[in-house]
Design a protein around this ligand. Structure first.
Ligand code: G
Ligand code: G
Ligand code: MN
Ligand code: NA
Length: 253
């Protein structure tokens, strides 16, 4: 309860920050985009990572104003980086289930894009498979509306949820993000088989594929050799402030 009140106050007092983790083209090494990751700089709790407040924000509905702020701030930042000369393909924003279920999500997104001047093609939203589990017609329409407006949809943590290959056919998904639990033990054991299978499915369906949690050169080499297009992880860089991210993006591979 106390945390909830702090969270509510934190929104008013603008205590939230976005950090940005680079997404890299595994062949060229170029930074092609960024994933926006929210942090809470709380006077009472210090720097709070998202897994300690996103679930509470979801429960209490505070995820809606917080998510609005994240989306707008991420789009604004992407426009600024481009103006500063960075050549980036996309900014990715995470959408929790409650955010996705919200009515008028597409209209809201379009108004943020208009206001910030970011082309829809440069915005990517990350949803998890669980959002699609038993998705109603309304959710399906929402995804198609989003895609029709130009926004790209990525399936985050792919392979860990209620996966169904039928979803990949039914929904307008552009990208699969291989969950880092399947990257961890590469190139050993079952991870090699699972990662390879996800890469082949993605390629067969014409989807982009990103491996998450790449920390070691051996993991990078394996994924690149298997044809995984993109990667993300501590090997390439942690989530950093917008200023540091811009410097990385301008530096080139
Ligand atoms: O930043 P970190 O690497 O600790 O992220 C932990 C989790 O929090 C990830 O699962 C990520 O998807 C989620 N997360 C980070 N930022 C946001 C956000 O802005 N909105 C939502 N809904 N989830 C986020
Ligand atoms: O949205 P998602 O659940 O994928 O959130 C990304 C999370 O993964 C963030 O918490 C981020 O800090 C974390 N992360 C990013 N790169 C790495 C990595 O190389 N190793 C590990 N262990 N975690 C990572
Ligand atoms: Mn994500
Ligand atoms: Na993920």
């Amino acid at each position: 309860m106390e945390m909830e009140a702090d969270l509510r106050r934190g929104l008013v007092r603008e205590e939230f920050r976005l950090n940005f983790q680079p997404v890299v083209d595994l062949v060229s090494g170029r930074i092609v985009g960024a994933e926006a990751l929210v942090r809470w700089q709380s006077p009472a709790h210090g720097l709070v990572p998202p897994n300690r407040f996103i679930p509470l924000a979801e429960e209490t509905g505070l995820i809606e104003p917080l998510g609005d702020w994240v989306l707008e701030e991420a789009c604004r930042q992407m426009v600024q980086w481009s103006a500063a000369g960075a050549n980036l393909d996309f900014i990715a924003v995470n959408l929790s289930p409650r955010q996705f279920q919200r009515g008028a999500l597409c209209e809201h997104m379009e108004s943020v894009l208009r206001r910030t001047g970011l082309p829809a093609e440069r915005l990517e939203v990350e949803i998890t498979e669980n959002v699609l589990f038993g998705a109603a017609a309304a959710a399906e329409r929402k995804l198609h509306d989003m895609r029709d407006s130009g926004v790209r949809i990525a399936l985050d943590d792919f392979g860990t949820g209620y996966s169904s290959l039928a979803y990949l056919k039914r929904f307008p998904i552009s990208k699969l993000k291989i969950d880092r639990s399947f990257v961890h033990d590469l190139p050993r054991a079952a991870d090699a088989e699972i990662a390879t299978a996800i890469i082949s499915i993605a390629r067969a369906l014409g989807l982009d594929v990103v491996a998450e949690g790449i920390e070691a050169p051996e993991q990078y080499a394996f994924l690149k050799e298997r044809g995984c297009g993109f990667g993300q992880g501590y090997l390439f860089g942690r989530a950093v402030t917008s200023e540091r991210f811009l410097r990385l993006a301008l530096q080139g591979p």
